[in-house]
Ligand binder design. Structure first.
Ligand code: SF4
Length: 330
């Protein structure tokens, strides 16, 4: 794996305004925003899989979409190699699109039910003018269907999504993202809607097919799945990165109380073991105009006085292991 970043994110923020805002905002005239992504900075290296882990509603999906500009941020910068993608015009962004793809969570919603597998998988090739004729289209689609173990490909090419199982549909979604060999893929909970036997198969296929892309942001709410698939892991909580490091370091030497709580919720490092709910006691603070203190304060068993009045910065505690907790800041 190269240490050259393919994606660089600097001070990225995405605030969603709240319409109305209720009586208290009317009285104070304070504008209210959901802080979905709040001052986040990190790199994804070439040939790296970075896992983004956190409970639902923590801002993972919003962050993934910001990285490929499916959403516009409130402020901050996103670089693909040396290009600040937020400075690109729409037509420049269209040229960059084939380099950046996304696999959506829901294989039932992400595929157009009126298109055949052949047309669905070939769509990125056609949109980006990467094929000359129908023969080449069928050849390229057949090749990736074989790689996705949808064989013989002729048996699948002319089927519609409703004629496929959930696992087969997600293989089609993965094939669509990878057929143009993008540099960077956002995989947004790609196995969370699948049954346990299919999840492991799809993950193993994605590992085998890693050569078809350079780097992934792999979004999941399950640490065990991230450990299985990712080189490094970033732990996200209420719009902020709480801890980031190599997968081994995060699992064997977790330094943030939230990471430890997540690990206790998923004790078995096996992607087939599924724990849906993280059972951490305490009230989750609202993501609407959150106070400038540690966001995990209300649930943290280690909290001290300083945690209630100062938001900890994400700092390197050694070897690139980053932690945002006052207990780790000397
Ligand atoms: Fe807990 Fe304080 Fe660390 Fe936040 S900063 S995780 S409240 S110890």
């Amino acid at each position: 794996m190269s240490q050259t970043p393919i994606i660089r994110v600097r001070n990225l923020r995405k605030l969603f305004p709240i319409r109305g805002g209720g009586l208290s905002s009317f009285l104070t005239k304070e504008e209210l925003f959901v802080h979905a992504v709040d001052d986040v900075s990190f790199d994804i290296n070439t040939d790296e899989v970075l896992g983004l882990v956190g409970e639902s509603g923590c801002g993972k999906t919003t962050l993934g979409r910001l990285l490929i500009r499916l959403l516009e941020p409130t402020s901050g910068e996103v670089y693909y190699r040396d290009t600040n993608i937020l400075s690109l015009s729409q037509s420049e962004m269209r040229e960059l699109r084939p380099k950046m793809q996304i696999i959506f969570q829901d294989p039932y919603e992400s595929l157009n039910p009126r298109m055949t597998v052949l047309d669905l998988v070939a769509e990125p090739l056609e949109v980006n003018d990467l094929i000359e004729n129908d023969a080449e289209k069928e050849e390229k689609v057949a090749e990736i269907l074989e790689q996705m173990r949808l064989t013989p490909p002729e048996e699948f090419m002319f089927r519609y999504p409703h004629e496929l199982s959930g696992g087969q549909r997600q293989r089609i979604a993965v094939a669509r993202a990878l057929i143009i060999h993008p540099d960077f893929v956002v995989a947004d909970e790609p196995v969370s809607m699948l049954d346990t036997s299919t999840r492991g198969e799809i993950l193993n296929l994605m590992i085998e097919l890693k050569a078809l892309t350079r780097s992934y942001l792999f979004i999941t709410h399950e640490l065990a799945v991230a450990r299985h698939f990712c080189d490094r892991i970033a732990i996200m909580y209420l719009g902020r990165i709480m801890e980031m490091g190599t997968s081994d370091e995060i699992v064997k030497n977790p330094s943030h109380p939230y990471t430890r709580a997540l690990l206790e919720a998923t004790p078995v490092p096996n992607p087939k073991s599924r724990k849906e709910k993280v059972n951490i006691k305490g009230e989750v603070i609202s993501p609407i105009n959150p106070p400038r203190r540690c966001r995990f304060y209300t649930r943290c068993l280690m909290a001290e006085e300083i945690c209630s009045r100062l938001e900890p910065e994400l700092v390197d505690i050694g070897g690139g292991h980053m932690v945002a907790c006052h207990l780790n800041q000397g």
